[in-house]
Every structure is written in C-alpha cells, then in structure tokens.
Design a protein around this ligand. Sequence first.
Ligand code: PEP
Length: 262
Amino acid sequence: MRKKFIIGNWKMHTTTAEAGRLAKAVVDGVGMEKHVVIAICPPFTCLALVGEILKGSHVSLGAQNLYPEKEGAFTGEISPTMLLDVGCKYVILGHSERRHKLGETDGFINQKVLVALAASLNVILCVGETLDQRKAGQTETVLDRQLVHGLAGLSADTLPRLIVAYEPVWAIGSTGHHAAPPQVQEAHAVIRRRFGQMFGEKAAQSLPIQYGGSVKPDNAAALLSRQGVDGTLLGGASLIADQFMAIVRAGISESRTEEQST
Ligand code: PEP
C-alpha cells in the first residue's frame, strides 16, 4: 500500500516570527502521527529556523526550489548541499509558478531533478496543464511531455525518492476553478500509465502521486479517497494551521480505511 503524503508549500509567505508560530502549531498538531508522511516547505529565509523546530518531530522539512550545482558563482541561488545542511529532506521542483512566471523549461527542471536526487533529496516534481491546454484537449500531451523531459536520465535506484504532484494550473490558488475528483483520478491514471511505460509497472505502482490545486478541508476527503491519489500538495491551506491539520486528519482517516481494506 502506498503512503499518503500531505505537504505544505508556503510559497513566498511568512516572516521568521510567523513561520516559527506556524511550524510549532503543525508539530503540536501532528504529534506522533505516522500513518501519513507530513512535510512543510517554508521560504529559504525560514528553513533553518523551521528545521530546528521540526527536529525530533514527525514533520519533515522541504524547500521550494534549488539550483542544480553544488556551489559556485550563482548569485542568489541555493544548492542541494545548502538545503541538506539545514535539514531539508524534500524539494519541490517544476512548480507551475516557476514554469509560467519565471520561465523554467522542462530541460532546466530535469537538471534540477537529477542533481536533487543525486544529493539524496526527495523530489516532488509538479506537472499540470493550463486551462487553455485542457480546453484544447492537450492535457495528456502536456503531462506526457513534462514527465518524459522532466524525468529524462533518471536511474532506477533514485525512483523511490520521487513523488509526482499533479497540479492543474487552472485549479491552483484563487482561480475560481476546482478540479473535480473524477478529473483528478483520470489525470493521475494518465501519469501512472506513462510512468509505467518509462520505468516499468512495479515502479509505477510504487510511485506516490499527490494532487494539488485549491485543496481545502471541505474537499480533501473526496480527493484523497480517489483511487491513485496519494496525498495532497497544499498552498493556501498550508498557511493556516487548523486547515492544514484538518487535511492531515483526512489523510489519516483515508489511510486507515485503505489499510483495513487490504
Ligand atoms: C500550489 O501552488 O502548489 C497549490 C496547490 O496552491 P493552492 O493549494 O493554494 O491551490
């Protein structure tokens, strides 16, 4: 049975004081919970502080990006070594905001994925289509391209450290659009099938595929109960401890139901 991953992407939010309060609330709320994998991804400026707060807890630390070099003259960038140094276990790569607002290409994302995995970080690779692409019937082609290019050259031994997050761009944030659970299930099946063609059926069945895009306490259970939905990547809801915890509880409840039925 695949575990469920509930991961918060704080994006460009929180001062150190706010981050400290939010991280403590999450640690207290999660307690010794082990049914689901929980991580939070604060901005770079708060990683060290939040890393200290998470020590000894069941909440892991993640980063929102990295630069694909060990060190050097890359002004303003952060390396995998630096992320490991402050206790990061996860890194989000290929987020649609970086693809569409900052112009990251599949090739550049692929470099980051390879370097992050080689450094023993767990990678959350985000993929997803825009509204225009969905309307034009291109969803499968876009997912296919992002997977094939983003995961080019991956070696089999690194696959256990990979998570894919399906994040339709049109459903992220306050767009007014929500992906319906059947649409999410269908896209996850497309991703798992394509991944299977690339890396084999066994690897595809082990791959955690999270959903991200306006997940809130009131729709989390309906999404998490769908076949092939192995967790949620949360933006807005991860900034409010009560909402984040409500979604963690939905994940726990769904994991227990799945455990009982296997
Ligand atoms: C995201 O940007 O990864 C995300 C899922 O955001 P939100 O939950 O706010 O839609």
